[in-house]
Design a protein around this ligand. Structure first.
Ligand code: ADE
Ligand code: ZN
Length: 327
């Protein structure tokens, strides 16, 4: 809990507590169907059902103010886990239907809420625009234009989430080029439900610096060596992978092997309430499964801080905070 943490892979809507979504649905008198179990948690059968439940939950977030409230709730939880800096995925698809004017209003509200959380809890947030792969390349272009229009010190990256089994990374090349030209840094979900070839395509065809998940690269050791040599950073979300059934248990997760082979590994929660996790729980479970001590987690936090997409100045401040905590 007390170790300072840096999180690089967090979907803002995916971090919405179920009670928060239930409350909004009630306020708006909308029925979002049976997406909760008896205990009030999100209920889904598998990854594809998870994506459906995710979109149903997100459908009650309909205004900039809803996203401001969500941002406050999510950052309070992250700060309680010891997170000092977080990069979150934002999708203009869910924030005004990819209309640039509406997107600016959503972004403004999220940034205001983040600034408030920074003043209160000392946690810093930055944004990464993320089109949804299964919505298709055309919608991703509109999303990239929203991202390009708002790129800067706060909106710092561009990624791709959603169903990895649909299409190829190069279908999204126009969007990634557009984002790159706007100065955004690049990441892409790959090697979660797709195998090593999906990771290789994202690196070779899109030129990304980070990979969301990327863990299934382990099935091709030549690729692991390439990732290590190129210094590509993996945004590893072990709790997400174990809960969704990619690995049967924590011990079977390849995070330690990847690290031992020289890959830059970071730790994140992905969609914490969906996977019954927090950053503090990820650390606890990793310590339990692999016997890692504080020095391993300090190294991971350092690697994560160096891999942030924020300005040099902000990165310097995070690294200083980590150093101070180490001393
Ligand atoms: N969107 C939210 N969580 C995701 C995940 N784990 N993989 C792909 N897309 C996502
Ligand atoms: Zn993700």
């Amino acid at each position: 809990m007390s170790l300072p943490k840096v999180e690089l892979h967090l979907h803002l809507e995916g971090a919405a507590p179920p009670a928060f979504i239930r409350g909004l649905a009630k306020e708006k008198h909308v029925d979002i169907g049976g997406i909760f179990d008896e205990a009030g948690n999100y209920r889904y059968r598998d990854f594809w059902d998870f994506l459906k439940v995710y979109e149903a939950a997100t459908s009650v977030l309909t205004s900039p103010e809803d996203f401001a409230r969500l941002t406050r709730a999510v950052l309070a939880e992250s700060a309680a886990s010891g997170v000092i800096y977080s990069e979150c995925f934002l999708s203009p698809d869910f924030c005004g239907g990819r209309d640039v004017g509406a997107w600016r209003e959503y972004l403004h509200a999220i940034r205001e809420a983040a600034a408030e959380a920074e003043r209160r809890d000392g946690i810093t947030l930055r944004g990464i625009v993320t089109p949804i792969r299964h919505f298709g390349p055309e919608k991703a272009r509109e999303t990239a234009l929203c991202a390009a229009e708002t790129a800067g010190d706060w909106l710092v990256g561009f990624g791709l989430g959603g169903d990895e089994k649909i299409g190829k990374p190069k279908d999204f090349l126009w969007s990634f080029d557009c984002a790159r030209e706007a100065g955004l840094r690049l990441t892409c979900h790959a090697g979660e439900w797709g195998g090593p070839e999906s990771v290789r395509d994202a690196i070779h065809d899109l030129g990304v610096e980070r990979i969301g998940h990327g863990v299934r690269a382990i099935e091709d050791l030549a690729l692991v060596d390439e990732i290590a040599e190129q210094g590509i950073v993996l945004e590893v979300c072990p709790g997400s992978n174990v809960t969704l059934g990619i690995y049967p248990n924590w011990r079977a997760h390849p995070i330690e092997t990847l690290m031992e082979r020289g890959v830059k590994v970071t730790v994140s929660t992905d969609d914490p309430p969906f996977f019954h996790t927090t950053m503090a729980k990820e650390y606890d479970r990793l310590a339990e499964a692999f016997g890692w001590d504080d020095s391993t987690f300090r190294d991971i936090a350092q690697t994560s801080a160096r891999a942030t997409f924020c300005t040099e100045e902000t990165r310097g401040k995070i690294l200083k905070k980590l150093e101070k905590a180490d001393a």
